[in-house]
Design a protein around this ligand. Structure first.
Ligand code: GRF
Length: 195
């Protein structure tokens, strides 16, 4: 299967998805890295790793951005869109065109702590355990079907930054694993539909 990764910044989950795609038995290849900010650091990493990159500028494109994004994803013939630190709310009509084929990683054990500042929320709630979740993207923010989760213990002296750093390590393990598993599962269904 072919995936596109959408980023807005650092791209460490993007890098984890790229590196894992080179391992034996991985069910996907990274066909494209794109996003909404041409200056996103992750784009440089993807170029250095010889991955096809489309540097779209959502601000400059305005409302035309979503059609342009759809076009580049279609041209790359991707089966799945993996959001990785993509900081833009996706319009419903775009999502409808990719229904069931957009996944995201979120740094909490959903349904706990949706939205931003998850680690602050986790510490404020005095949670003993947090983690990361890979889920399907639906119009309701951070509420689509959960595909996989990993737990991370909260330490008594944790700061939001320290917690974010450890959860990120867990994210890098979880995301490629779940994407590979999910696409393996989807391929089984393809075979059934073709009959
Ligand atoms: C990650 O913590 C991810 O869970 C969240 O945004 C962060 C992106 O980091 N959605 P990176 O760009 O993958 O390094």
């Amino acid at each position: 299967s072919r995936i596109a990764i959408l980023i807005s910044g650092r791209g460490s989950n993007m890098a984890a998805l790229i590196y894992a795609s080179r391992a034996d038995g991985c069910s996907y290849e990274v066909a494209l890295v794109t996003g909404d900010k041409p200056q996103a650091h992750g784009l440089e990493v993807a170029v250095a790793e010889s991955i096809a990159v489309e540097a779209l500028d959502a601000k400059a494109l305005g409302p035309a951005y979503w059609d342009k994004l759809h076009e580049v994803l279609k041209a790359a013939d991707v089966d799945l869109i993996a959001l990785a630190g993509f900081m833009r709310i996706i319009p419903d009509d775009f999502l409808a065109r990719w229904d069931g084929r957009v996944v995201n990683i979120h740094p909490s054990l959903l349904p706990k702590h949706k939205g931003l500042a998850t680690h602050e929320a986790c510490l404020a709630a005095r949670d003993k355990v947090t983690g990361a979740t890979v889920h399907l993207v639906t119009p309701d923010l951070d509420s689509g079907e959960i595909l996989g989760q990993v737990e991370v213990a909260v330490l008594s002296d944790d700061t939001a930054e320290a917690l974010a750093e450890r959860v990120l390590i867990a994210e890098h393990q979880l995301y490629p694993h779940i994407v590979s598993q999910f696409l393996g599962r989807t391929n089984d269904f393809d075979w059934i539909t073709e009959k």
